[in-house]
Design a protein around this ligand. Structure first.
Ligand code: SF4
Length: 62
């Protein structure tokens, strides 16, 4: 599973960082992914972050 963030859509509310700090971090006023390929044990957390993102900026590729 791969994950990325559309910087045009991200509003920087940090919700994804709070849910899954292993994968997401803030860089200035935007969130970025620390790793493109998501390890098995973090998949559920990344999916939860994507579901929780108010601007649907988190893009998951299975
Ligand atoms: S939850 Fe969505 S809008 Fe909020 S910081 Fe993360 S990617 Fe950006």
């Amino acid at each position: 599973m791969k994950v990325k963030i559309d910087p045009e859509l991200c509003t920087g509310d940090e919700i994804c960082v709070q849910i899954c700090p292993e994968v997401f971090e803030m860089q200035g006023d935007k969130a970025v992914v620390k790793m493109e390929e998501v390890p098995e044990d973090l998949k559920d957390s990344v999916k939860e972050a994507a579901d929780s993102c108010p601007s649907e900026a988190i893009i998951i590729e299975e």
